[in-house]
Design a protein around this ligand. Structure first.
Ligand code: F6P
Length: 367
């Protein structure tokens, strides 16, 4: 009797910042794989899991039961374990070393036929570099920032926007009651998608995004104009990566000093509020939404998108389309080479139809 053929073995990991819908994707990958007779291994803590003997475990149907509606990721995540620049502490300093060959060896040693990486540009960049070393990789784009190229939208973004809109709605009534300026700082390191969509949908009067450096005089002019027309309060929605013309982003921690290797942003909202108060003498308050935007139960759209992308990734494995990423184009699941997706990160077009439409109803981008 000939031995039973070995089952296709997929490993899956979640890397970088978490986003609502990650568990929906994991559930879809495990279920779609199960129905094709494949095995799935879950790598815990992002790429860091490859360096820990106990962090890679089988993912069965039981493991993904009841997780569709939950935020976070059952595999946990990390943005500290880039195998090409792995941090190591030496004499109290962070030094970085290339440990990517260990990942390649582990993938081979475990008989992994496909590695599905669910991540943003950082994790997908690592996936691409691993694929150049021969690892059969498939990417799934994830980030609340919505800035990954090669897809019209990333899962997590819709939920983050809804969370931000809910917050803006609440701030609206208190702003009106007190006749104050409310500045709401939302996430968006390099792209202003959340600020744009949530700001416009929440009725923001001023929206500040990294793609359009702002002038504080213009921000103040908009608030004054409203006041002149009897609106004694205003809402300013600022992406954390927004910055004034000729100025810089506001950093909490520089890239060199952060464990992740990325600069940590935050505080532009407070800067803008202080300047408005000083120039206009209108009481101005700040709310920084922060990681609230990353948590919580995914919206219907993100559950559905996550499910479709998870299934799409298993389809790519079956078709042997490695080095590719699944994505959504014109409401259809497609795929693109990772290299192509990474080459063109998705930014808000300062002259695009969406920005123009929002400006046409009187919202100021501070330009
Ligand atoms: O990339 C998503 C994101 O939420 C950014 O908007 C933000 O700058 C960053 O992650 C924060 O990351 P961390 O949780 O590691 O500070």
């Amino acid at each position: 009797m000939s031995p039973r053929p070995r089952r296709t073995r997929i490993a899956v990991l979640t890397g970088g910042g978490d986003a609502p819908g990650l568990n929906a994707v994991l559930r879809a990958v495990v279920k779609a794989a199960f129905h094709r007779g494949y095995e799935v291994l879950g790598v815990e803590d992002g790429f860091e899991g490859f360096f820990d003997r106990t962090s890679i475990r089988p993912l069965e149907l039981d493991d993904v039961r009841g997780i569709l509606q939950t935020g976070g990721t059952i595999l946990r995540t990390s943005n500290r374990g880039d195998p090409f620049s792995f941090p190591k502490e030496r004499d109290g300093e962070f030094v970085r070393e290339d440990r990517s060959d260990e990942v390649v060896a582990r993938v081979e040693g475990l008989g992994i036929d496909a590695l599905v990486v669910i991540g943003g540009d950082g994790s997908l960049g690592i996936a691409h570099r691993l694929s150049l070393k021969g690892v059969p990789v498939v990417g799934i784009p994830k980030t609340i920032d919505n800035d990954v190229g090669g897809t019209d939208v990333t899962f997590g973004f819709n939920t983050a926007c809804q969370t931000a809109v809910n917050a803006i709605d609440r701030l609206h009534t208190t702003a009106a009651s007190h006749q104050r300026v409310m500045v709401i700082e939302v996430m968006g390191r390099n792209s202003g998608w959340i600020a744009l969509k949530a700001g416009a949908s929440g009725g923001g009067d001023v929206i500040l995004i990294p793609e359009i450096p702002f002038r504080i005089e213009e921000v103040c002019r908009k608030i004054r104009d409203r006041e002149a027309r009897g609106a004694l309060f205003s809402l300013v929605v600022a992406a954390e990566g927004a910055y004034p013309e000729g100025g810089e982003k506001v950093r909490v921690v520089d890239a060199e000093r952060s464990a992740t290797g990325f600069e940590r942003l935050g505080g532009i909202g407070s800067v803008v509020a202080a300047q408005i108060e000083e120039r206009l003498r209108i009481e101005s308050r700040v709310t920084i939404l922060g990681h609230v935007q990353r948590g919580g139960s995914p919206t219907t759209r993100d559950r559905m998108l996550g499910t479709r992308l998870g299934v799409g990734a298993v389809d790519l494995v079956e078709a042997g389309h490695f080095g590719h990423m699944v994505g959504l184009r014109c409401e259809r699941i497609t795929h693109v080479p990772l290299e192509e997706a990474l080459a063109r990160p998705k930014r808000v077009d300062p002259d695009g139809e969406e920005v123009r439409a929002v400006e046409a109803i009187g919202v100021s981008f501070g330009r």
